[in-house]
Write a protein that binds this ligand. Sequence first.
Ligand code: 13P
Ligand code: SF4
Length: 308
Amino acid sequence: LPDEAQIRADIGRLRRERNAVILAHNYQRPEVQGIADFVGDSLGLSRQAARTDAEVIVFAGVHFMAETAAILNPQKTVLLPDLRAGCSLADTVTAQGIRDWKALNPGGLVVTYVNTTADVKAESDYCCTSGNAVQIVQSLPQDVPVLFAPDRFLAAHVIRETGREMDVWDGACHVHEAIRPEDVQGQQAAYPDAELLIHPECGCSSRILSAIPELQLYSTEGMIHRAQASDAQEFIVVTETGMVTRLQNDVPGKTFIPVSRTACCEYMKMITLTNILDSLQNLQPRVTVPKDIRARALVPIERMLAVG
Ligand code: 13P
Ligand code: SF4
């Protein structure tokens, strides 16, 4: 067998022996998406992590996602095949930062994007993902201030959709922030019939929306549903490039054009077939969350899973 086929066969064998499930985010490499038991967005992956009866969860994603799985499954082994797979957005906020912010805004409800560390979640009232941020904020009582962290572009989208004022943390994802309106316009000129699929983390979203106010923004899973439902045959995919793989796999017969080849998350791409196989063999590297942090972080995660 050629090397890659052998690795895939070994992963298949070990997955059965270990009673393991492999969960992969939509931004993972094509070959990693190809061997996963479930491929999805942050919300879908959290839901899968909450319901799996496997003993081992191999997380093909980034550190905060594996931490969320560990918080939901303290009795299970959660593996992240490369511990360096972090997130620039999660790095923009610390637990102390949230504590200081709350002290300045007594009585405020803290809503944090799931792209945060377990310590930050432990200081939060609600978590959300791009797939349910609007519904989470809509579900909050009207008479309390909302502190929304850390993504300022997702926050702008939530404010537009809900009409609600919020105090917003000044964070962003380096991949989505770097996508410029000119990148979108260049691809629109090259593919005039293509529909835009834009993720709310994108820095370009506010300027594009001011030109096309009726435009919807989509979480990565939302893009799948939209591409299936739309009459359009071509789509410009305005998010991380891995999403094109997922769309091509799940919506065959339609054409998906990445907004920019450089919109690539190096953290997501750290997970490979080779380190997935190593992690299944060695049951390392593991992601664990200290008990006290886990108990506090579970509350906003469970509230998130209960809404939307
Ligand atoms: P979703 O898959 O939840 O839309 O999130 C995008 C993202 O940047 C995850 O890191
Ligand atoms: Fe974090 Fe951005 Fe990478 Fe998602 S794409 S993991 S938000 S750095």
